[in-house]
Design a protein around this ligand. Structure first.
Ligand code: DSN
Length: 419
């Protein structure tokens, strides 16, 4: 994008945008929850649809002048329903945390019990963590992964659910590199009469490209952000499935009321238009191919890191991310993140399951392939990236990081970003 008006009017902001453009051009973006959106998505985001107040829903707004806004929001809803095979969607969630908050607000009373994957095992703050609203206003209990295998132990999940009887169970994760068995979760939820919500924020693009089993036949509610593997703008979808309707036919009304007037004000219709554009993009065969490559790149990266004596939690990956236990490398996750950033590789420090070290200095790093795959990189680059990471982590020197940075830059230059 040219940003001519910003350039003429506000040199300071223009300069910062240009610096960020240069940073992402020359570095490998490997935070698994990030991606690079298309120019069409960015154009929709910067459209005049941003100006309009539209509290309410299509056909039932509180302000006038929403004829075209209704059209864009209805189009986004129709595309989302078709794509995910669900009878209801709310497209107004500002992002993932507000979307999950709406699910709580719709289904529960403060103090009710919920169950999610613990943050340290790979869950998300909004799945009941104590410092988050979800652990403050609700009574949260957690399932972990198995300490030996790093995998969700469904027998244990069942045992905890039967003991604790949560009203709502979250299935979903932010640093779990294996497939999630939604069918098994549903059996567990049914045993205790709980609502089951799949938070597929990390994997929704993989679900669409059929690289991850679809939760829709099994869960009652699905939430997802739209900016991760789905490759859209920041935003969220909250969906009710056929079986959600069977459990409670008023779920759509409850979700809508929770979003507005419960939690949010005017929807961001420019964002909703950008989600609509993204959803059309995901319907194309090239998106299915993209999903396949995200996963095959990640598998390749994992194999190459393993050859270089890196310990991958759970032993490998079936999705877009890898969680690495660095304890055999004599470096903390924080230090590794810093050195790799110096080398032009952006990823994040991350707790590993049962981490003996504190969250600020965790033992692991998390990395993923959604953004570098969008850029067009393939298996050959994955081998090189594994070697870059290995050199930086093994030598642990700023000199090596600086040398690797030059090689990273050279590789990035072969895969220019759209501007
Ligand atoms: N911040 C996201 C992630 O990195 O996984 C989750 O909200």
């Amino acid at each position: 994008m040219k940003h001519e008006n910003i350039k003429n009017q506000d040199a300071k902001v223009y300069e910062i945008i240009k610096k960020e453009e240069a940073r992402r051009e020359d570095t490998l973006e490997m935070i698994p929850s990030e991606n690079h959106t298309s120019p069409a998505v960015l154009e929709a985001l910067s459209s005049i649809l941003s100006d309009k107040y539209a509290e309410g829903y299509p056909g039932k707004r509180y302000y006038g002048g929403n004829e075209h806004i209704d059209e864009i929001e209805a189009l986004c809803q129709e595309r989302a329903k078709k794509l995910f095979g669900v009878p209801f969607v709310n497209v107004q969630g500002y992002s993932g945390s507000p979307a999950n908050m709406a699910v709580y607000f719709a289904l529960l009373n403060p103090g009710d019990k919920i169950m999610g994957m613990s943050l340290t095992a790979g869950g998300h703050l909004t799945h009941g963590w104590k410092v988050n609203f979800s652990g403050t206003y609700y009574d949260s209990v957690f399932y972990e992964v198995d300490e030996e295998t790093g995998l969700i132990d469904y027998e244990k999940v069942e045992e905890i659910a039967e003991r604790e009887k949560p009203k709502l169970i979250f299935a979903g994760a932010t640093s779990y590199s294996r497939l999630i068995d939604f069918k098994r979760f549903r059996e567990i939820a049914d045993k205790v009469g709980a609502y089951l919500c799949a938070d597929i924020s990390h994997i929704s693009g993989l679900v669409i490209s059929k690289e991850h089993p679809d939760p829709a036949p099994y869960v009652h509610i699905i939430t997802t952000t739209t900016h991760k593997t789905l490759r859209g703008p920041r935003g969220a979808l909250i969906m009710v499935t056929e079986s959600g309707l069977k459990k409670d036919e008023s779920l759509p009304e409850k979700i809508n009321r929770a979003v507005f007037p419960g939690l949010q004000g005017g929807p961001h219709e420019n964002q909703i238009a950008a989600i609509a554009v993204c959803l059309k993009e995901t319907m194309s065969p090239s998106f299915a191919e993209y999903g396949r490559k995200v996963v095959s790149n990640c598998r390749k990266l994992g194999e190459e890191l393993k050859k270089r004596d890196f310990n991958i939690v759970s032993g490998g990956t079936n999705n877009h991310l890898l969680l690495i236990d660095l304890r055999n490398k004599g470096i903390s996750g924080k230090k590794a993140q810093e050195l790799l950033e110096r080398a032009g590789i952006t990823l994040n420090k991350n707790a590993i399951p049962f981490d003996p070290n504190p969250p600020a200095e965790p033992s692991g790093i998390r990395m993923g392939t959604p953004a570098i795959t969008t850029r067009g990189m393939g298996e050959e680059e994955m081998t090189k990236i594994a070697s870059f990471i290995s050199r930086v982590i093994t030598e642990q020197s700023t000199e090596t990081a600086d040398k690797v940075r030059e090689e990273v830059k050279e590789m990035c230059n072969k895969f220019p970003m759209s501007k």
